[in-house]
Design a protein around this ligand. Structure first.
Ligand code: MN
Length: 357
């Protein structure tokens, strides 16, 4: 879908909230509506031309990449918020929608505009962004393919003697070399006791026999993210390790098999959490089951016990149960899936083996 069409879809939603003009400040939202990430603020009036404010450093690139907007250069010495305020005055805006505003911008706008009402419009933007169109889905498939290549590499190289950092470097190299524009988040390769920290990062630790190794990676492709985790066990697993691994593996499978359009997100979390709890590890599953993925690595819908989201066709979400036992180690297994009317399409693909060396 063209960015221009996305803005068109927005206008009905703005009308439903009686918003005269939308001020978009979040970079990912700006990219979603213009195709260009380097704009500083985007004004979308209900009637009139859409305006993208761009600093000189991005102006030439914006001319080539940004679509469906009139561009305004923010020159040296000019103050962005003042230019925005001027334009809002010219449009005679009474009800201003916004996605995110710093307190200082809010105060400055209020001071310059007087009695303008501010309306949080992030939910209407998310109602669009959470449903991926076919163009977005193909980019996300590509991102997931690159991530799967990275995981394949992890499967080959993770063994006793390699450091977490070295493994991360090899994985990122493969993804980058095959077309990734970067990573969706800092690569996690956490081994041994570090694996008990869900966001354990990656350091100089050298892997050894008996380690759990959590590998959580995501290639980025043309701004779209992906997310995948596998956990390996180096050497022969202990019975306790095997039980934890198999519990998480089965919970992940049960949850993935339960996802389809129309299901409550919290129900999917419940299915995985209930299975893990019955195996005795409930208190060690310390995070939600999953999250939406798109231009952001964490976005709606949220899959957790407290989520009010209902899954719908075109959502792209992660399913990532985990069990983390302090002083022992942790296991997480995660895939990024596309929600369909009757199930899912798994976008990330790698075997679920803990690798016996
Ligand atoms: Mn994730």
């Amino acid at each position: 879908m063209n960015p221009e069409d996305r803005i068109k879809n927005l206008s009905d939603l703005m009308e439903s909230k009686a918003i005269d003009c939308l001020l978009v400040s979040n970079a990912k939202n700006i990219e979603y509506f213009t195709g260009f990430e380097g704009g500083s603020s985007l004004l979308i009036p209900r009637d009139g031309e859409n305006v993208l404010f761009v600093y000189g450093v991005n102006y030439e690139a914006a001319k080539v990449k940004a679509r469906g907007v009139f561009m305004k250069l923010v020159k040296h010495g000019e103050i962005l918020v003042e230019k925005i305020a001027e334009m809002l005055k010219a449009h005679n805006v009474h009800r201003l929608g916004f996605d995110s505003l710093t307190v200082s911008t809010y105060l400055k706008l209020k001071e310059r505009l007087g009695n303008v009402n501010f309306e949080d419009a992030s939910s209407i933007i998310w109602s669009l962004r959470r449903i991926k169109d076919s163009d977005e889905i193909s980019l996300m498939k590509k991102a997931a393919e690159l991530t799967s290549l990275g995981m394949q590499k992890a499967l080959e190289i993770i063994k006793a003697g390699i450091s977490e950092r070295e493994a991360a470097a090899e994985i990122e190299y493969v993804m980058r070399k095959n077309g990734s524009d970067g990573v969706s988040f800092d690569t996690i390769v956490s081994s041994g006791l570090n694996s008990a920290y869900p966001h354990g990062g990656c350091g100089d630790r050298v892997m050894k026999e008996g380690d759990f190794v959590v590998v959580d990676i995501g290639a980025k492709y043309r701004s779209y993210c992906s997310d995948m985790t596998r956990t390996f066990i180096i050497g022969k697993p202990s019975p306790r390790q095997l039980k934890i691994y198999e519990t998480v593996r089965k919970a992940q499978r049960l949850a993935v098999e339960s996802v389809r359009a129309g299901v409550e997100a919290r129900e999917i979390d419940h299915i995985a959490r209930d299975f893990i709890s019955r195996a005795g590890y409930g208190k060690y599953f310390v995070h939600g089951l999953g999250h939406g993925v798109g231009l952001d690595i964490h976005e709606p819908p949220t899959l957790s016990l407290y989520s009010k989201d209902i899954l719908s066709e075109g959502n792209v979400v992660t399913i990532e149960p985990g069990v983390y036992i302090p002083g022992f180690g942790g296991v997480r297994i995660e895939d990024t899936v596309l929600v369909l009317s009757r199930g899912v399409e798994k976008l990330t693909k790698a075997p679920y083996i803990y690798q016996h060396e």
